[in-house]
Write a protein that binds this ligand. Structure first.
Ligand SMILES: [Zn+2]
Length: 544
């Protein structure tokens, strides 16, 4: 009898032990979000044949590719994209209505991450570090991970760009680091810490930028093998400082000596960023703690190279071939440090880019430019004649018209009549596809998905009340060399989205999905609450 009871007790203990073993929450050790700045979806395939096996091809073969993922708001800019990816929300709710905006109630200009209440850390007396996520009005999926694990999870954001480091890492981040051009160092702000960690100081001391630029920028392979790109010397390509023609080899050392910002439009900015991200994994022991950690990375140089040279340049192709090699190295490092299938990587983009205007025109595609300043000056003259007040328009920004609301209210002007005059004028301008009073969008004959994108992008306190959309291929005049982005068109809003690793199926889907679906998918995989402004849906197809 006694023996039997002992067996029963032992059995129960084993059961309880086994039960408790199977009932812990299963999570990956690390989530790595990689946002490739300005990466059009078609770059996955445009350069596919020349990618190696360890980078983009590994993502596509081992991971799950959501082939039809779209941005679902306007404008398609960097700060907005990063905010949306990590919040699953849209500017109307998350508040990041542009890289910059004008506060509608005060007329005050605001940069998305500016915060004069904090100080730079890592570079004394500089405005470069006076940054924080305080303008972001909702939580990020990275915040939700911190909350869900009672702050045992660590969250770190890395980019050359302040906004692309800060907004993904969220409000409760352990750290966000970005590049200060003047010093060539990664810096942060007192929002996160009082001084840089030792490992960041050690990294900065090595002055790696000097190493990266010393041999200039030549193509990775013989230049005549770049058959996916236009020829090298095109008038619609921009030039680096000190260059008389936009051709390889680029003397980036000389450009950098003229202006330190010229490290950014080189492929080495991505290598540098991923090298720093690797140091952050060691520095914070990411993936080694009691809870899942999250590292957000933005590879920004693809955007700077794209803006300068345009999507059909050898420079852009070379930048992606080099990024592919850097990613392969980065994934191997994650395998070694974290363990294969112990981490999730997702790769996406904050926006795409249009073809260069000159490229479109030379190849008989639609495309042209408009000059905002001329349009705005004409509008202010027209309004002054009609309503008796100068400068009723403060700016054209984010494809919106921003009015001097104080003047309009003080002088008791008829705002509806002013907006109508502006809309009527804009609708007559060459290249304007739509111009509308957003308050009357319900009556506007605008097809989906553009109508919803305007509504999603419109933040009451931060967006201008009149919206403009230009014809496909029409860009602001400053982009007569290189390119830009910001519109609703597929070239700007069709983004890559690939998940790989822990809990992820292999495969691909052509379902139409949205950028807002990324955060709830990560939240579902991690079994954590979705962010506080999230309107997206988990992508069930990617999950095992
Ligand atoms: Zn961007």
């Amino acid at each position: 009898m006694f023996r039997k009871n002992v067996f029963v007790v032992i059995f129960l203990l084993i059961s309880v032990f086994a039960f408790s073993q199977t009932q812990t929450i299963s999570r990956p050790k690390l989530v790595v979000g990689i946002v490739v700045d300005q990466m059009r979806w078609d770059y996955l395939y445009r350069y596919y044949d020349r990618y190696g096996n360890g980078g983009f091809k590994r993502l596509l073969s081992d991971g799950f590719s959501c082939e039809n993922t779209f941005i679902n708001y306007l404008p398609s800019y960097t700060a907005v994209g990063h905010s949306t990816i990590y919040t699953g929300s849209v500017p109307s709710i998350h508040g990041i209505a542009g890289n910059d905006w004008i506060e509608q109630l005060t007329g005050k200009h605001m940069y998305c991450t500016e915060d004069t209440t904090v100080e730079s850390v890592g570079v004394p007396n500089s405005m470069e570090g006076q940054m924080s996520p305080k303008n972001l009005l909702v939580t990020t999926v990275t915040d939700e991970l911190r909350i869900a694990t009672n702050y045992q999870s660590k969250v770190v954001g890395v980019s050359l760009k302040d906004r692309a480091a800060i907004l993904p890492a969220g409000h409760a981040a352990n750290a966000a680091f970005w590049l200060d051009d003047a010093s060539g160092h990664f810096i942060t702000s007192t929002y996160y810490m009082k001084e840089l960690p030792d490992w960041v100081n050690q990294f900065n001391k090595q002055n790696k930028i000097e190493q990266y630029i010393k041999d200039g920028w030549n193509t990775l392979y013989p230049i005549n093998t770049y058959v996916q790109s236009d020829s090298d010397n095109k008038i619609y390509e921009g030039k680096l400082a000190g260059e008389s023609a936009s051709v390889f080899p680029h003397n980036i050392k000389k450009a950098y000596e003229k202006s330190k910002g010229f490290f950014r439009p080189t492929p080495f900015g991505n290598s540098f960023t991923l090298e720093f991200a690797t140091a952050a994994i060691d520095g914070y022991q990411l993936g080694k703690g009691p809870a899942a950690d999250f590292l957000t990375i933005n590879c920004a140089s693809t955007d700077y190279v794209g803006h300068t040279f345009g999507p059909n340049s050898i420079e852009v192709e070379d930048t992606y071939l080099r990024l592919d090699q850097d990613l392969a190295k980065f994934f191997s490092m994650l395998d070694a440090k974290i363990g294969k299938d112990q981490y999730i990587v997702f790769l996406t983009a904050d926006h795409g880019a249009a073809h260069a205007i000159g490229y479109s025109q030379q190849n008989k595609m639609p495309g042209d430019f408009y000059v905002s300043q001329i349009i705005l000056d004409n509008l202010n003259r027209l309004l002054a004649a009609k309503f008796g007040e100068e400068k009723l328009i403060l700016a054209g920004m984010n494809y919106q018209i921003i009015f001097d609301m104080k003047k309009i209210n003080d002088k008791k002007l008829d705002f509806d009549a002013i907006k109508k005059s502006v809309v009527d004028y804009l609708q007559q301008q060459p290249g304007v596809n739509y111009a509308l009073d957003v308050a009357k969008i319900g009556e506007a004959p605008i097809p989906e998905p553009i109508k919803t994108m305007i509504i999603n992008g419109y933040n009451l306190k931060r967006s201008g009340p009149v919206q403009v959309a230009f014809n496909a291929g029409w860009l602001e005049s400053y982009a007569r060399t290189g390119t830009t982005h910001g519109s609703w068109n597929p070239y700007d809003t069709h983004i890559p989205l690939v998940f790989m690793g822990w809990g992820i199926r292999q495969g691909s889907s052509n379902s139409t999905l949205h950028m807002t679906d990324i955060a709830p998918t990560i939240a579902a995989l991690l079994h954590i609450q979705m962010p506080s402004g999230c309107i997206g849906m988990p992508i069930r197809e990617v999950m095992k």
